[in-house]
Design a protein around this ligand. Sequence first.
Ligand code: ZN
Length: 133
Amino acid sequence: MKTISISVKTSAHTQMIDITDEIAKAVRESHVEDGICTIFVPHTTAAVTINENADPDVVRDFTKEIDKIVPWEDGYLHSEGNSAAHLKSSMIGFSQQVIIENGRLLLGTWQGIYFCEFDGPRMRKVLVKIQEG
Ligand code: ZN
């Protein structure tokens, strides 16, 4: 099955965007009933994670705390000036996999798929691969 590319427009320096609906749409359109959905972020200063999508404060706490763990300024050597974004991306990770059952993503009740921007705002891309089996 073809790789699907989804565009994500971020509007802040650090931001988490719920992309669950876009991924679910790709799964529906694939007509795959049982399989695996891989979500991959082809950037070095962004990431993808799965976390609670019920209370927006979770996302606010997440972005606030990750900025404390990896501060934007800390005497980094990387001349581009965005080392913190590179570090956060590797910490969170560039891909997630979700099981597809009966044509739907088998996410937990409170789980959503989040694109994580660490050096925005920018136009970004998320790649989705859906495999049957
Ligand atoms: Zn850089």
